[in-house]
Design a protein around this ligand. Sequence first.
Ligand code: NAD
Length: 239
Amino acid sequence: MDYTTIAQWLNEARNIVILTGAGMSTESGIPDFRSTEGRWRNIDPLTVATTDAYAMNYDVFHDFYCARIAALDGVTPHIGHEIIAKWQRTRQAFIATQNVDRLHQLAGAAQVADLHGTIRTVRCGRCEQEAALQAFIEKETCTCGGTLRPNVVLFGERLPAGAWDTTMQSIQKADLVVVIGTSLRVYPVNQLPTMTNGKCIYINLQCEDDVAASYTFDAILTGKAGDILQGIDQALQLK
Ligand code: NAD
């Protein structure tokens, strides 16, 4: 599929949704979970980013999130994040992400549905009181005695209702959904691309056979998100 056709779809669409995953941030230097280059390939996040690990294996849980927080040091959005923020301003695109790094917001996106929360803020897991990030890093406990945790959605927890509901509503009325940098393995976000009656585009380094078979994408663009978004944006400017 050529960029000119995608640019035409973007120009024709009245309601655009952009749904991103960890592959959106790898070009900023944050590893994803599943690529072989992913920093977490020796640690299965399914065993650490969980309610069970938080409750019963706090030291491992804490180490894992401290490493992920440290990995954000000096990280900045890339051109792809900037293009998406521009499309939000100029085309009223709705942005929803599984990423917990807030790079879309740092690139200037005004509103983002953080479907999996963020690791940039923390709270007490017992009384829900917000706390300083540094307190979590230093393994302080809350005044109530509870342990601190990032404001992420752990495996085994529900997604934030507000972010989920507005994303579903936006997808249901969308005429174009652009899915970027996600393996589509994590439920329930992987259901979202099936909920649209509009066109759906998948931008990812590769498209696994089972993913291609499970979704009815109107276009699959394989390659780096930053390159592909630049290609589409340049085609938009030629119009
Ligand atoms: P994933 O790791 O399962 O899949 C990422 C996908 O992106 C892979 O298919 C990979 O091939 C592709 N990819 C990697 N680099 C790319 C690039 N430059 N351009 C295009 N595609 C690229 O990630 P997921 O589907 O988002 O699900 C994993 C879970 O992990 C999510 O819950 C997410 O919250 C969390 N996570 C978040 C971050 C982050 O916030 N940056 C990082 C790692 C994991």
